[in-house]
Write a protein of this length. Structure first.
Length: 265
């Protein structure tokens, strides 16, 4: 596993074969996200996107106690003390969520322990969520008196639907892993979340990258996810699939009854 440069020690980045790992690294604060961490995410996601050897990105928390217990509330007295300050702070974390959504490659949240507030918003910005039995989810704005960002609400509704999204926001209830699976908040519940996530990554990495990017963008368009591309751009991505060497390889491998080797070209 190769460690990559990061703007802050509270975010670690690694590459392990075709998997890129972004680790929220403040275990002493249950990986609560401060401004330096929010600011570090966009350039790291951009570097993963530009690395042709990376097929899938995993975001996780350091340790096993938390994915992320939310935004660092100790910063709120300064960062969210009025509407102007709150908007500036939302722009900072909104840029982090946008960078996760914008990644052309699948992004998986690997969740253990607390996944609360801004931590859950980050997991919802990902494409898929895999958790173990220790995972605990909640969206607490109604207990803090703050307004939840519209893009985050769009991610939530696209994931669990209108009625469940309202209940999660209205009640600020904590949801355990089994209930999260039942309502569609997570995709998989695993006893060994690391092994399950790696197996999922391997399955994705075996697929044709252009096809996966096209499907990701088309599904986001259909779901009305924030930052989705236009229908014309989706058509262009489809054309890239049919004009690719990978499409030729896929047809040839099928005819030869062998496993295809896709190169993203």
């Amino acid at each position: 596993m190769q460690q990559l440069s990061s703007p802050t020690p509270h975010i670690q980045a690694f590459r392990d074969g075709s998997i890129a790992w972004l680790v929220l690294n403040r275990p002493e604060r249950r990986n609560a996200l401060n401004r330096g961490m929010w600011a570090a995410i966009p350039p790291l996601m951009k570097s993963f996107d530009e690395d042709i050897s990376v097929r899938v990105v995993v975001i996780r928390g350091a340790g096993t106690e938390a994915f992320a217990a939310g935004a660092d509330i100790s910063e709120f007295g300064e960062a969210r003390n009025d509407d102007d300050a709150a908007r500036a702070y939302e722009e900072l974390n909104g840029a982090a969520f946008s960078a996760i959504r914008a990644c052309a490659k699948p992004v998986i949240a690997m969740v253990q322990g607390f996944c609360i507030g801004g931590g859950l918003a980050m997991a919802l910005a990902c494409d898929l969520r895999v958790a173990d039995g220790t995972a605990l989810f909640a969206l607490p704005p109604a207990r803090l008196g703050l307004a939840y960002p519209l893009d985050g609400l769009c991610d939530l509704v696209a994931t669990v639907g209108n009625a469940v999204a309202k209940e999660l926001i209205f009640t600020a209830s904590r949801v355990n892993a089994k209930e999260a699976l039942r309502i569609g908040l997570i995709n998989r519940l695993a006893s060994d979340v690391d092994s399950e996530t790696r197996a999922l990554c391997g399955n994705i990495a075996d697929g044709a990258p252009f096809t996966i990017t096209h499907a990701k963008r088309a599904i986001e368009f259909a779901a009305g996810r924030p930052g989705h591309v236009t229908e014309a751009e989706i058509d262009s991505l489809a054309a890239r699939c049919f004009n690719s060497a990978d499409y030729t390889e896929g047809r040839t491998a099928f005819a030869e009854k062998r496993k295809p080797v896709f190169r993203g070209s």
